[in-house]
Ligand binder design. Structure first.
Ligand code: NAD
Length: 268
């Protein structure tokens, strides 16, 4: 049985994660952490997530539950996640990170822990998206150098704070890598005014923020005469939460290293 603690347990993903851990026969809810000073400290985690009383209460310090859990699941914000990563490295805990929107510097800091802690880090924990990454690799190899323009379009709810989504960037990276391109050089994240015609090798991104959209990604491969679209639509946060719990179970006995969902799902 993997003992799981959830950081950001009062958030959209945090509450869904409580639900997912409760539904998993091989994982147990060992703790939940809210922001320091939050009035939700002391709240029953089950009640917080709407699944009924569970007798595990939210705390506002990781240290206070250090002996209770094996794997931490963190869907919060970059600086919070980096602090928790340091904590896990220091205390021999594993960690599953779903937080997106890290800067290059923050990503480098995260990576510096790869030999100190076993972590799964993925901008999208859904099985479907990770399979989609494989499909994109195949499509990019077949079409990308044959005159097909590649565009990534993503839509999310109005509360999302980073753009484009971590998943969209990951899709762009997978495509760029498959084609020997560099996303830093070929990614186009903004088009406004007299921006000129499209270049052959660019990989374009478009972002929609509206209402309660959980997460939708389409990659378009378009040329004269035809267009292929590979689309993934998440209809519930449960898909990410279940993937994260699966990752927590998977990483529980792994040695230090930086893993992703392709490793967890055996898709490499
Ligand atoms: P949210 O704002 O609803 O939740 C974040 C929570 O973190 C909040 O409740 C906040 O109070 C809490 N928090 C902030 N600082 C904290 C601290 N120091 N200690 C404990 N808790 C703290 O956001 P969300 O929609 O749940 O998304 C969170 C992150 O997860 C975002 O980066 C989002 O992009 C990402 N996300 C990833 C996936 C994936 O599959 N990898 C899926 C969905 C969302």
């Amino acid at each position: 049985m993997t003992r799981v603690a959830i950081v950001g347990v009062a958030g959209r993903m945090g509450r869904t994660l409580v639900n997912a851990v409760e539904q998993d026969a091989e994982a147990t809810l060992a703790g939940g952490i809210v922001e320091p000073g939050s009035t939700l400290a002391g709240a029953d985690l089950g009640e917080l997530a709407g699944v009924g009383k569970r007798s595990v209460v939210a705390v506002d310090s990781l240290q206070s539950i250090v002996d209770d859990f094996d794997v931490l699941i963190d869907f919060t914000a970059p600086q919070v996640t980096l602090a928790n990563l340091a904590f896990c490295a220091e205390h021999g805990k594993r960690i599953v990170i779903g937080t997106t929107g890290m800067s290059d510097d923050e990503l480098a800091q995260l990576d510096s822990y790869r030999n100190k802690v076993a972590m799964v880090f993925a901008p999208n924990m859904s099985v479907g998206v990770n399979l989609t990454l494989k499909l994109l690799e195949t499509a990019a190899k077949a079409l990308g150098d044959e005159g097909y323009d590649i565009e990534v379009i993503e839509s999310h709810h109005r509360h999302k704070v980073d753009a484009p989504s971590g998943t969209a960037i990951k899709m762009g990276e997978v495509i760029a890598e498959s084609l020997g391109r560099n996303l830093k050089e070929h990614g186009v994240f903004e088009r406004v005014g007299q921006c000129g015609p499209r270049t052959d090798k660019e990989i374009g991104f478009a972002t929609v923020r509206a209402g309660d959209i959980v997460g939708e990604h389409t990659v378009m491969f378009a040329t004269e005469g035809e267009r292929i679209e590979i689309t993934h639509k998440a209809s519930s946060r449960m898909t990410f939460a279940k993937g994260a719990v699966r990752a927590a179970r998977w990483v529980a006995d792994k040695e230090s290293g930086r893993y992703d969902m392709q490793d967890v799902l055996g898709l490499e």
